[in-house]
Design a binder for this molecule. Sequence first.
Ligand SMILES: Cc1ncc(COP(=O)(O)O)c(C=O)c1O
Length: 361
Amino acid sequence: MAKKIKLFDPFVGKEEKTAVLEVLQSGFWASGAGTGKVLEFENRFNKYVGSDNCIAVNNGTSALHLALSLLDVTNREVIVPSMSFVSTANAVLYNGGRPVFADVDPKTLCIDPDDIKKLIRKKTVAILPVHFGGMPCRLDEIIEICDKYDITLIEDAAHAAGSTFKNKKIGSHGKAVCFSFHPVKNLAMPTGGAVTLNGSDSASNADTLKKRRWCGISDRKDVLYNVTEIGWNFYMNEFSAAIGLVQLTKLDSMNKRRKTIARRYYNEISLDSKMEYDDNCSFHLYWIQVKNRPRFISHMKKHNIQTGVHYMPIHKMSLYGSKVRLPHTENASQKVVSLPMHPNLTESQVTQIIKLVNKYA
Ligand SMILES: Cc1ncc(COP(=O)(O)O)c(C=O)c1O
């Protein structure tokens, strides 16, 4: 049988191997203070994104948890899409708030600003859009809503490292923007994440989050320190940062390859419902919608091609059990399938995938 075609696959060269070995041999593997490679990564990523500040953390879930901790969310509401990984909504619960689920724009599967407008209440503190699959959501409309109702914009950019909106990188718009560097993501680490911060309070927010990502430790003077508030153990390790530094130098070229693959999927797949091609998108994933998903997935599996489902809608999970009706989310989440998307795919593999999609979808 032909070699398995993976859904996601990190693009790794000898530079990453050298970087890991260097950290291993240095004996300096991690520090809560976030010095060394972690600090270097934060500075480089901040510059790449064009944000005001950047805090590296151990994963995207922690990034969301920390970002929302900047607001007083307790017993208040945050508007989120249900079409996302569960961390988007969990982050609201970690902070004592209530996620309110909005429907998506069926063309992009990103949160629909028109639906957001219907959900704004006195209790609404923040809007937490997801740039689904790397596709920038309609940020200008969301920013307008935030300004009108004095609500904070926190973005889930777990899929969107390298995406752009109106000529500015995703990460440079919202008050806090959360990235994931999980191995399947566009910028891969063993695990990792970051919060980029923007606005006049970004420096003080960065100080606050630095304390909270290391157990609340503050006022360090040599070996002495104080703890003034509760924090978590969310700091990034040196191995992740070292790999991330290498991946960051390749991010644009890796995303370029993703775009080439996405353009072929878009042009050559003969389905009506498929992810659009947009040059601003970094294509963390590429989705199509099929009528009979179990049958399609099983045909692809028989040909040794891995596919995925992104996502099971969060509002339907037992933990959330929301009775809200989200027609576009519910419709899409029953049909959506992610196709293999990573820079390791060869042209002939892409051709094979397209042929099989056109045959079985
Ligand atoms: C949209 C979204 N948000 C948040 C996360 C959480 O990131 P992590 O797995 O790094 O905690 C993910 C991870 O898959 C995600 O896809």
